[in-house]
Write a protein that binds this ligand. Structure first.
Ligand SMILES: [Zn+2]
Length: 455
């Protein structure tokens, strides 16, 4: 049993950490209040000193860090995982593929026929047998002799199956567990790409995607990023009964791009939750900067250029965005589909009609979004089709046009309206400033730390 546990580095690490906490707690306990663990503490401390000494006196040997590790493992071997109740050990693990319940429990130090028998018979507890899918967490408490004291196993989003022993009888119950909402902050600096920087800052991909969407009105994440650009983010995370953390919504974010600082804060305002600049200006884009999440412009908007296939000089009244075939194409704003079909030169093409006489065109598509048809209403950011090379195209790319009153304008130029959400005024603004002040303070604090970290 112990050797199984010993073989796992993760357990060892947890124990080392937990051991520190435990020693600290016991130091306090040793001062006065009687504790049944005192004897064990004394033993443990002697053991620690003993082993350290043993390593210390070996002539010409290794450095201290190497000497310390076996000590920690040895402590693990004695199963001194801390617990609230003396003599009760808490273990958390997860289901591995091919695990039987017996094998899983045994790996965690439980060797208890009666408990397994109970879980086979009990109508509630036996549901665990059908739910042993790999990756699911499980937490047990057991005695040194392997007897199960309690078991916790997730049942859906917010329920936990609990099996407990009282004397020699077992009981099962379903507990409703609240998840713990936490606020996490992180910051990073661009070396190569946004995702690489976010990765090394430990930011989950879902948060990075939110971050790029949040600033996509002002920053083109392929063309505008520079080495040394930095960002900070404050986001919600939900911690479940098994200490697993899922990332949620961004609450505040800062992006410093080419020396210009941009900030966004989340506010649940009169028209629902949305992002604003810290002084209350709406920040949602009326038109996305690009219909592709990540792309690069291979051919800009010009009045004349050499056409690679027709071998003539013609105006290029749109921009070409290089991306692999199949890359999703997003509607840059709410719209009605004006046209979806084949046009000479453009191949498979979509034209969207927006408000104020504006329309956008997406050419060379490999495919349309399932069921897309003229007259259909489309939301900003919705996938309308996929990058391809139909029509006159030498390689996969998106040809994108932005028209005002039927006349093409530069999609990256100043004619494209940027901000859609209204700015807050009056009472709403007062409420906004009060509600978001702590977020702004947090961004200030992270910025201070980031400067210290990178400079
Ligand atoms: Zn083009």
């Amino acid at each position: 049993m112990d050797s199984v546990r010993l073989g796992r580095m993760k357990t060892v690490k947890i124990c080392a950490q937990a051991l520190n906490r435990w020693i600290l707690a016991q130091k306090a306990a040793l001062h006065g209040s009687e504790s049944r663990l005192s004897g064990m503490v004394a033993t443990l401390l002697i053991m620690l000193f003993g082993m350290a000494t043993a390593f210390g006196i070996t002539p010409g040997t290794a450095t201290h860090p190497i000497a310390v590790l076996p000590v920690i493992e040895d402590v693990t071997q004695h199963a001194l995982t801390p617990a609230e109740t003396p003599g009760v050990y808490t273990q958390q693990d997860q289901v591995h593929s091919g695990d039987t319940l017996a094998a899983l429990l045994f790996r965690m130090g439980v060797d208890d026929r009666a408990a397994l028998e109970f879980m086979r018979q009990d109508p509630l507890a036996r549901t665990i047998y059908q739910q042993l899918s790999p990756g699911k967490p499980i937490r047990v408490q057991h005695l040194a002799n392997g007897d199960l004291v309690s078991l916790r196993f997730p049942r859906g989003e917010d329920k936990t199956l609990v099996v407990t022993r009282t004397d020699d009888r077992f009981q099962s119950a379903e507990e409703h567990v609240g998840s713990l909402h936490r606020v996490v902050q992180a910051s990073g600096r661009i070396q190569s790409s946004l995702f690489a920087a976010a990765d090394s800052a430990g930011i989950p991909d879902s948060v990075t995607r939110q971050l790029s969407r949040l600033f996509s009105t002002d920053i083109d994440f392929h063309n505008d990023l520079r080495t040394g650009d930095s960002f900070s983010v404050v986001y919600e995370a939900v911690q479940d009964d098994f200490d697993q953390v899922k990332a949620g919504r961004i609450l505040a974010a800062e992006f410093v791009n080419k020396g210009v600082t941009l900030r966004r804060v989340y506010f649940d305002g009169p028209d629902g939750g949305d992002y604003y600049t810290p002084d209350g200006h709406g920040s949602r884009a009326s038109f996305l900067r690009s219909p592709l999440e990540f792309s690069r412009v291979t051919s800009g908007f010009t009045s004349a250029r050499f056409h690679p296939i027709l071998h003539t000089w013609r105006a290029h009244k749109g921009i070409d965005l290089a991306a692999p075939t199949g890359t999703p194409v997003l509607a840059v704003a709410n719209a009605t589909v004006a046209f979806a079909g084949w046009r000479n030169g453009y191949g498979n093409v979509i034209e969207l009609r927006h408000s104020s006489g504006i329309s956008t065109v997406y050419g060379h598509l490999s495919a349309f979004a399932h069921g897309l048809r003229a007259g259909q209403h489309i939301h900003q950011g919705e996938v309308i089709g996929y990058v391809g090379m139909t029509g006159w195209a030498t390689g996969p790319h998106l040809h994108y046009e932005f028209k005002i009153g039927g006349v093409q304008r530069d999609p990256q130029g100043p004619d494209v309206p940027r901000h859609a959400t209204a700015s807050l005024t009056g009472h709403a603004k007062t409420q906004f400033l009060a509600a978001t002040a702590p977020l702004v303070k947090e961004l200030d604090a992270i910025r201070g730390n980031t400067l210290a970290k990178f400079e």
